[in-house]
Design a protein around this ligand. Structure first.
Ligand code: HEC
Length: 149
């Protein structure tokens, strides 16, 4: 009798468990395959990598937002350049070559084309010295993160 119950239990259990184990294995394999594909394609795709979001410290958040609203159209979402303007992570723009003042001047008065073939940078509408302050802090931090110092 005890033997019978045990056997029955095992039979029921295996009926229940085995198909589920089988499905779980299929899902797990699929998941691993998908995630490794995603990391591979991200690494291989310059565009995805260039636009992947860094974790920006809280104190640079405001600067990042103003930057992305006012500057990213030409300098790229993460300042890596676009077809309308240069990357601000280029060594040209390290602090000793283009001091903070040149950043304020660029935003407020524009830049005459001199380093690149993109044309002039027009003054950025709506920017003030005050609203440029957090942008400069954000960009200097982001340059440092990218080895531009
Ligand atoms: C309409 C496109 C455009 C926008 C918007 C724009 N820029 Fe520019 N920017 C340019 C181009 C093009 C140059 C390169 C000029 C050259 O050196 O040939 C440039 C150059 C610069 C430079 C280098 C200045 C120098 O003295 O050589 C800085 C700094 C800069 N931009 C910052 C900014 C900031 C900050 C913003 C946002 C507030 C911004 N730009 C928005 C197009 C743009």
């Amino acid at each position: 009798m005890i033997f019978y119950i045990k056997q029955n239990l095992w039979q029921n259990l295996s009926k229940w468990l085995l198909p589920r184990l089988f499905l779980a294995t299929i899902f797990a394999t699929g998941f691993v395959a998908l995630t490794s594909y995603a990391t591979q394609s991200a690494a291989g795709d310059q565009d995805t990598k260039a636009n992947s979001a860094p974790s920006v410290p809280f104190q640079y958040g405001v600067g990042m937002e103003i930057y992305q609203e006012k500057c990213s159209e030409c300098h790229g979402k993460w300042a890596r350049g676009s077809d309308k303007g240069p990357s601000l992570l280029h060594p040209f723009y390290k602090p000793s070559h283009h001091g903070d003042e040149s950043f304020y001047r660029a935003a407020l008065f524009g830049v005459r084309q001199h380093h690149w073939p993109f044309g002039n940078m027009p003054p950025v509408e709506g920017m003030t010295r005050k609203s440029m302050e957090p942008v400069v802090s954000f960009l200097r931090w982001w340059q440092k993160e990218n080895g531009i110092r």
